[in-house]
Design a protein around this ligand. Sequence first.
Ligand SMILES: Nc1ncnc2c1ncn2[C@@H]1O[C@H](COP(=O)(O)OP(=O)(O)O)[C@@H](O)[C@H]1O
Ligand SMILES: Cc1ncsc1CCOP(=O)(O)O
Ligand SMILES: [Mg+2]
Length: 295
Amino acid sequence: MSEDSHMHCCNDADDTDLADLRERIAQAVRDVKAQTPLAQSFTNFVTINLVANAQLAAGGTAAMSFLPDDVIDTASISGADYINVGTLLPFYKDALPQIARAFHKTGHKWVLDPVAAGIGKTRTEILCAFRAVPPTIVRGNASEIIALATMWGLISPDEASRPAGVESVDEVDAAVEPARKLATFLAQSAPDGKAAVAVSGKVDLVTDGDQIYRLTGGSALMAKITGAGCSLGGVTATYLAVAEPLVAALAASLLYNRAGEIAEAKAEGPGSFQVHLLDALWNLTPEQVAASDIR
Ligand SMILES: Nc1ncnc2c1ncn2[C@@H]1O[C@H](COP(=O)(O)OP(=O)(O)O)[C@@H](O)[C@H]1O
Ligand SMILES: Cc1ncsc1CCOP(=O)(O)O
Ligand SMILES: [Mg+2]
């Protein structure tokens, strides 16, 4: 086979895979709009309202809770859960590992947003406890993904950077290997062997441990409102309620990028940007989301 025909062959296979992936992304967006799935959240106090509103705008429903018995009971009617460690209270140190153990026992799917990973003894203890009972998807910025992969012993500390609060100090490309290793680790623990990691930034990266996808677009204004990342995590859980992890992570990240672009074109600043972002999450069609640039 000539080099040219070989390349042509591979491109055909890639095109078929990508077309199939786009159809599954469109179906996830459609299913959320049709089924209004509940994704329950245990999330920070700063952005809790935006998380719920974004889940509703994407077509799902929201329920926020913090008490282990309530969270565990509600999980039986929730398609997937979302845990975000942005703000902490003393009781979380026991409550969050207890909740994660219950999810693990029943095979309940959940998304972790390791906000500010690497900062503070309590947050580190909680995140380390999740290693034995891991989530289905981890979604965070590059610094958080690198910090989590380091504390779980998946990359060596010299590959890591310093923790940076809730904002990233790392480029998404610095998180490629940490994200891939994290996704492989999550998949090994998943009942069906399926998991994903989503790294957000100027360009987003999504991986199932095997394939790596880069998603362009969005808006710099997303970093000028609080909760773009948290609400993306919540919407990822909404999609996880109806789709497999890779498809859920891709669908949510693509929806956010397209919504960010539409909101930026209409906004006069961060305040109106947030309003337009919610409207765009609501108005985008499955076909628009699935037609996005995927590399
Ligand atoms: N500079 C940027 N340009 C375009 N989109 C961005 C930019 N920064 C963040 N985003 C988008 O904002 C959303 C939240 O990402 P990010 O700000 O990295 O999360 P976090 O708030 O957790 O740090 C994602 O959809 C991401 O693609
Ligand atoms: C400001 C802040 N402080 C603790 S949690 C939080 C929100 C972080 O939101 P995001 O990660 O979506 O920017
Ligand atoms: Mg964040």
